[in-house]
Design a binder for this molecule. Structure first.
Ligand code: FAD
Length: 386
């Protein structure tokens, strides 16, 4: 067994106690860090343990090292919004080393010592360095004011904000937000438009039943609310120079980053052809249809196919906004009924396209699997962890 595999198996012997003791020690060394974490630490302990396992496994396999460094760097940049400093990373390292050594007991060897040093360098070291580097040019977060809140139905709202200055995100990226509806809690949202020089932002928010934040955003957002906006993430993009046409698949609010990319492309005279399948459970949940119709009329490279799993809206959604089957908007594809995976693959494998998928994780995995079965190369498919 390699030292990495051995260390993982030792830590797994009693991972709950390992993580609980680590956090107790960490908070004793850095008491101000306690407020950065939720009251209930169960999920947090699991997440950190998974990160440590991921780093150790990568050290062992040596596969995906660049991706691991990129992941940890992004994590470090993202933690700036919580107010994490170098002193916290130092306390983190001290507590982690102490708890690993306690778990190892008399099984500690020179190879293990070397591994612990690498683990600390890669976690705290890489995260801190990435955070410090970004701090030279960017603040830990930005502030923005809600200027408009439009209810699009029982579960949906369009929220528009004006940031105190322009935000440095690329079309297709997502950003973390903290709102007065749930202070201290951050959630990812995807801007529906490219970055605006005046800091204007728009989000399409769906209330998730039982969710801590999204139902409040849909029901209780008020103009004048002040939001915190964290650093942008993600790399969904269209390669306009590749010579390949584009397939986009969007489920629900997953339309947001693809809409932003399409709006960005509208700035150019020539673009690859874009075939967008836009799906939701009910026709009336296709809240961006009117905009997409307008865009497809004025941009001949854009084809939009509306898709819904159900043929008709439920009573609570019947709003007259639905994309009707048949001929919904002049020149636009008729709405198709079925799942996105079924409808998209009924047109073929799309193996010659750049493929972008955005939406719920289940839809992404299912659509991706079906496309690969029909011949699409996995390397040509991109998506963000939703
Ligand atoms: C990259 C990315 C971009 C995103 N962009 C948007 C966006 O533009 N608009 C938007 O409305 N949301 C978006 N989300 C989802 C958003 O960040 C929240 O996860 C979602 O609003 C639920 O948060 P919550 O606090 O209400 O629910 P939580 O309290 O976090 O979760 C409550 C329960 O709901 C489940 N759950 C969480 N999210 C979903 C989901 N999407 N579908 C089904 N079940 C879920 C959880 O597993 C949990 O069981 C994005 C997420 C990611 C990762």
């Amino acid at each position: 067994m390699t030292p990495s595999a051995e260390l993982i198996s030792i830590l797994e012997e009693d991972s709950d106690r390992f993580m609980a003791d680590f956090y107790a020690h960490f908070f004793a060394l850095a008491p101000d860090a306690r407020g950065m974490f939720p009251a209930n630490m169960v999920d947090q302990r699991q997440i950190l343990f998974q990160v440590l396992e991921y780093v150790l496994e990568t050290l062992y396999s040596r596969i995906g090292e660049a991706e691991m460094i990129a992941f940890l760097s992004q994590l470090g940049r993202d933690h700036r919004k919580y107010g994490v400093t170098s002193a916290h990373y130092k306390a983190f390292s001290t507590a982690l080393v102490k708890e690993i050594i306690r778990c190892l007991d008399d099984r500690r060897t020179p190879a293990m010592n070397n591994l612990i040093t690498q683990l600390i360098t890669l976690t705290a070291g890489v995260m801190d360095a990435a955070a410090q580097s970004e701090a030279k040019t960017l603040p830990p977060y930005w502030e923005a004011t809600v200027v408009e809140h439009i209810r699009l139905g029982r579960d949906h709202a369009l929220i528009r904000l004006e940031a105190d200055g322009p935000l440095p995100y690329a079309a297709g990226q997502y950003i973390s937000v903290q709102t007065p509806q749930q202070p201290g809690t951050w959630r990812y949202l995807s801007p529906t438009m490219p970055a605006d020089p005046h800091g204007l932002l728009e989000f399409n928010v769906k209330a998730i039943e039982g969710g801590a934040v999204s139902p409040l955003l849909v029901s209780s957002t008020r103009t004048g609310d002040r939001w915190r906006i964290g650093a942008p993430h993600g790399s969904l993009h269209v390669d306009r120079e590749s010579g390949q046409d584009v397939l986009m698949v969007a489920g629900g609010t997953g339309i947001a980053p693809l809409r932003a990319l399409i709006l960005e492309m509208c700035k150019y005279g020539h673009n690859p052809r874009v075939h967008l399948f836009y799906g939701a459970k009910y026709p009336g949940e296709l809240t961006e249809m009117a905009t997409l119709w307008q865009l497809s009329i004025t941009n001949p490279w854009l084809t939009v196919v509306p898709v819904s799993e159900e043929e008709d809206d439920p009573w609570w959604l019947a709003s007259g906004r639905s994309a009707q089957p048949g001929n919904p908007h002049t020149g636009m594809h008729a709405r198709q009924t079925g799942t996105l995976a079924d409808i998209v693959t009924s047109y073929g494998g799309w193996s010659d396209r750049q493929i972008l998928i955005s939406g719920a994780p289940g839809m992404i995995q299912h659509t991706m699997r079906r496309l690969v079965e029909r011949g699409a190369p996995p390397a040509g498919i991109s998506y963000d962890p939703y």
